[in-house]
Design a protein around this ligand. Structure first.
Ligand SMILES: [Zn+2]
Length: 105
């Protein structure tokens, strides 16, 4: 699938991340490292829902938290319900502690 630069319109290989003609950033929709939707233990503030969403989708965690707090204030409780649903529905990240008791895959 060919990729075209949005700024100058030149054709680029599908693996290109920057335009070789003008330097414009392309292919920003595909993050380099995708991870499953898990609530991490490190870096969380309340339940890790914002951190899980930001890590899974490549969003900035600060922006996610700002929108969540604004949503708490102005959505009439909808974001609160969604946060609780994420707290319940998104599994916690397993502790990365290798040991003899951990089952081997
Ligand atoms: Zn370009």
């Amino acid at each position: 699938m060919p990729v075209f630069c949005h700024r100058c319109g030149s054709g680029l290989p599908s693996t290109a991340r920057f335009c070789s003609n003008c330097g414009n950033v392309v292919n920003v929709a595909a993050p380099a490292t995708s991870r499953p939707l898990l609530r991490p233990h490190i870096g969380r503030q309340i339940a890790g829902v914002c951190m899980a969403l930001s890590l899974a989708y490549g969003w900035d965690v600060g922006i996610v938290r700002i929108f969540t707090v604004l949503g708490f204030c102005f959505s009439g409780g909808m974001v609160g319900v969604a946060y609780l649903a994420g707290w319940i529905g998104i599994p916690e990240e397993p502790f990365p502690m290798p040991g003899p008791t951990q089952p081997q895959p």
